[in-house]
Design a protein around this ligand. Structure first.
Ligand code: FA5
Length: 342
């Protein structure tokens, strides 16, 4: 019995000086291990010489000590582990909400582009991409815009030091596509364009256009207008008010500007339409014979129409986005609204 008391005291003392999990594990081994002090104590007792009463008392004391040792070791381990966690994460405020996972969404311009690609593919158009860094030749010369032509002044251009340009228009894909496919052919070319512009509610220096080119026998303005009408009704899923007026582009003859009534203000005038009530959206026309020649296609045999849809502006109108700056601003709140539109 005395030995039990000695063991208990020794254990209590050593437990106090345990500063780490390893110390406690060593203590467990020393007292409760298979060859530990408790096991040795039991081994050294000669039960045969003890009276049944003493045997019972010893057994109880022995078991109580074992239970005490086990539970104190567990408690000590829990305390040390909690202290370790607290030390490692001193600045975590457990009451703050978690970071969560947010769902991505497609950009509104991508959504409109995909929709348009589907519409045009169903009419047998192929999709071309062209190059954002383009040769001056395809961006200007091959589009019937020679070096000294005043039309070059119409677009403010980012010129690269090697003489290339950041394409100012997807029309740069026209002659590349003619060279690639010849005639007859039908293609669209959606992509980014760049202009050295002052940014306002409807002008960006980086924006998207979607070029369209169809070359076949006897293509007329009637073909052009019917495709434009189909395109707008499919994209907007409703009637939109349009107007066609003459427009000048050196690579089409005749040339038109197809405007739609502003869907932000309903035509009454706002910042998005510069208070005119109309949005310039779809310049178009019949392909100039010189462009066909540049593409290696005989203009006496073939004719065509082309258009250059303002894709970013179309997305503004379709989704009621009043300011073009929102597209490139990186303000995630604006884009989050399109999560369900995918
Ligand atoms: C052109 O770029 C011609 N290449 C279009 C064309 C193609 C005409 C084929 C005839 C035949 P324009 O500069 O108007 O044209 O631009 C076309 C459309 O792009 C505009 O109607 C407008 O919707 C959009 N756009 C032009 N500049 C910007 C800009 N800075 N920011 C946003 N959208 C723009």
């Amino acid at each position: 019995m005395e030995n039990i008391d000695v063991l208990r005291e020794g254990f209590e003392k050593e437990k106090e000086s345990c500063a780490s999990v390893e110390d406690v594990e060593a203590l467990r081994l020393k007292y409760l291990g298979r060859k530990g002090l408790l096991a040795q104590l039991r081994k050294n007792v000669d039960f045969k010489v003890l009276s049944p009463e003493k045997r019972g008392t010893f057994g109880k004391e022995f078991n109580d000590l074992k239970t005490l040792m086990e539970s104190s070791i567990e408690a000590q381990l829990t305390t040390l582990q909690e202290r370790m966690v607290a030390k490692k994460l001193p600045s975590i405020d457990m009451t703050l909400p978690g970071s969560g996972h947010t769902l991505g969404s497609m950009h509104p311009v991508t959504l409109v582009r995909l929709e348009l690609e589907e519409i045009f593919m169903s009419m047998g158009f192929v999709i071309e991409t062209g190059f954002e860094v383009e040769k001056e030749y395809y961006n200007f010369d091959a589009l019937n815009t020679p070096f000294d032509h005043p039309a070059r002044e119409m677009q403010d251009t980012f010129w690269l030091t090697n003489g290339m340009v950041l394409r100012t228009q997807t029309s740069a894909v026209q002659v590349r596509a003619l060279e690639k496919y010849g005639a007859p052919m039908k293609m669209i070319a959606p992509g980014r364009c760049f202009r050295y512009e002052t940014i306002d509610a409807s002008h960006e220096n980086t924006f998207y256009q979607l070029e369209g080119l169809m070359v076949d026998h006897n293509i007329s303005v009637a073909n052009l207008i019917s495709v434009m009408k189909l395109l707008l009704s499919k994209v907007f899923h409703r009637e939109v008010v349009t107007r066609l007026r003459p427009g000048y582009f050196p690579f089409v003859e005749p040339g038109f500007e197809l405007d739609i009534q502003c869907l932000i203000c309903g035509g009454s005038g706002c910042r998005s339409c510069k208070n005119s009530g109309w949005i310039e959206l779809l310049p178009c026309g019949l392909v100039h014979p010189n462009v066909l020649k540049f593409g290696g296609v005989d203009p006496d045999v073939w004719s065509g129409f082309a258009f250059g849809l303002g894709l970013t502006r179309l997305a503004m109108m379709k989704y009621g986005i009043p300011n073009i700056r929102l597209f490139n601003s990186g303000d995630i709140r604006a884009l989050e609204q399109f999560t369900t539109a995918v």
